[in-house]
Write a protein that binds this ligand. Structure first.
Ligand SMILES: Nc1ncnc2c1ncn2[C@@H]1O[C@H](COP(=O)(O)OP(=O)(O)O)[C@@H](O)[C@H]1O
Ligand SMILES: [Mg+2]
Length: 445
């Protein structure tokens, strides 16, 4: 979360209908060519012309590479998967490097499943758990069953359901007035939204309102569900299968394995392909974003390259701030951005440029409003200078300690003196590096 929270002011790429970027929109400032190129990528992803391709975002530190990638994720919405990793995550002591890559790879590939199911569907008008004394004695009461009444345009029906269904109802936080469906065969419960009879004009919540279902409560229904290949792998590797994944994909394989292995994945692939051929499922290639990609080594790059060539592949977006550098895992192979030449050859490059002073000021302003930090003019200008001379990231990072200090001084406004005080407390990386060189002999070796 922390990785994302510093980008929380960003709501999208901020492009108009024609795909042109305005100076500031959706929380993003400047970087117009990069945002517009990313807009084209969004279109290509939506029309599924991008699978198996790679994009490299290259630019100096704190020029908005990660920010623009996250804006892309927002544009894609929640139907197209987006998986984010930082390259250094592959170096964990417990899991193989390629395993980490593959897991993220499969989190970025979606499958849209259509299934005809027998369901009870309607707006909840009654929800009453029935308690009995614990049969084993003791104090607690247990739920013996739950009474749920569902209403549709056509009629309503009272159901007496198993206590396990009640657990699911609680887990999905279902209340009277919600529209839900319960699968007859599996007993799994899905909340579709709040009945639109409860919608008010003033409601600012991110609640989804749905109309009262038509037809009978008990019916056959086409259920569409978006899952990722990783969800399916997981559902097939645990004994309970997990209720959130469709019954269908939770039981692809007869003998469940306790771990996700390559073998399990290829079994899943075979069946997924069969579903696609039968038209029950549709592949939705999403995005795998690998930040700080120069941290990957040759073994990872080779593995990625091969995975990109397979028939089931997402779009991979890399980001790096490195110029020409040695490819990790090799002795002395130098390459632009630390990417092996053959992989680089198949990537499209999007560049981010250093911000102008005005843009930096603008971003600091947006961010300070977002964090409820009240900067006076002098403080803002000084922070802008700091951002310009060091990095934007450093300037933004000073906002929250400045606000903290303001509270200690019992003032609401962060002024120049306060900014200077925090800037003295926290050195930026560049200054710190210079100090190290100057005072080298004072440090331990
Ligand atoms: N174009 C932009 N508009 C608004 N905020 C931005 C923009 N670019 C970067 N930021 C913000 O500046 C900070 C540093 O940007 P980041 O995307 O992490 O840089 P990079 O990944 O290039 O090192 C983040 O808090 C980010 O949200
Ligand atoms: Mg970054």
């Amino acid at each position: 979360m922390a990785r994302i929270s510093c980008h929380s002011h960003i709501k999208g790429l901020g492009l108009d209908e024609e795909g042109n970027a305005s100076d500031t929109s959706s929380g993003l400032v400047g970087q117009k060519p990069a945002r517009e190129s990313m807009g084209i990528i969004v279109d290509m992803i939506r029309s599924k012309k991008m699978a198996g391709r790679a994009v490299l975002m290259a630019g100096p530190p704190a020029t908005g590479k990660t920010a623009i990638a996250l804006a892309l994720a927002q544009e894609l919405g929640n139907k197209i998967p987006f998986s984010l990793m930082v390259a250094s995550e592959v170096y964990s002591s417990e899991v193989k490097k390629t395993e980490v890559l593959m897991e993220n790879f499969r989190k970025a590939i979606g499958l849209r499943l259509k299934e005809i199911k027998e369901v009870y569907e309607g707006e909840v008008t009654e929800l009453v758990p029935c308690e009995t004394e614990n049969p084993l004695g003791g104090y607690g009461k247990t739920i013996s069953n739950v009474i749920v009444t569902l209403k549709t345009v056509k009629g309503s029906k009272q159901l007496k359901l198993d206590p396990t269904v009640y657990e699911l109802i609680q887990r999905e936080k279902i209340e009277v007035g919600d529209v839900i469906y319960i699968e007859v065969n599996t007993g799994s419960v899905k909340r579709q939204g709040r009945s639109d009879a409860f919608a008010t004009e003033y409601d600012l919540e991110a609640e989804e309102y749905v109309p009262l279902p038509k037809g009978d409560v008990h019916k056959k229904k086409e259920v569409v569900q978006d899952v990722t290949l990783h969800d399916i792998d997981t559902a097939n590797s645990r004994s309970d299968g997990g209720q959130d994944v469709l019954s269908m994909v939770g039981q692809l394989i007869k003998n469940k394995k306790t771990e996700i292995t390559d073998r399990l994945r290829s079994e899943v692939n075979v069946i997924v392909n069969r579903y696609i051929e039968r038209g029950v499922a549709e592949l939705v290639p999403g995005v795998l974003f690998i930040d700080e990609v120069h941290m990957l080594d040759l073994e990872c790059f080779t593995y990625l390259h091969r995975a990109l060539e397979s028939s089931i592949s997402p779009i991979v977006i890399f980001a790096t701030n490195r110029g020409r550098t040695v490819v990790r895992g090799t002795e002395d192979i130098k390459s632009p951005h630390g990417l092996p030449a053959d992989l680089l050859d198949r990537t499209m490059v999007i560049k981010t440029m250093p911000f102008t002073k005005e843009e930096i000021l603008q971003i600091i302003k947006i961010r300070s409003q977002f964090e409820n930090v009240e900067l006076d003019d002098e403080a803002l200008v000084h922070l802008g200078e700091i951002g310009f001379n060091s990095t934007l990231r450093y300037a933004l990072q000073l906002l929250s300690p400045a606000n903290y200090l303001a509270k200690i001084y019992k003032t609401n406004i962060v002024d120049l003196k306060l900014i200077k005080e925090v800037a003295d407390c926290f050195m930026d990386a560049k200054t710190s590096a210079k100090t190290l060189i100057k005072e080298d002999e004072k440090f331990m070796k």
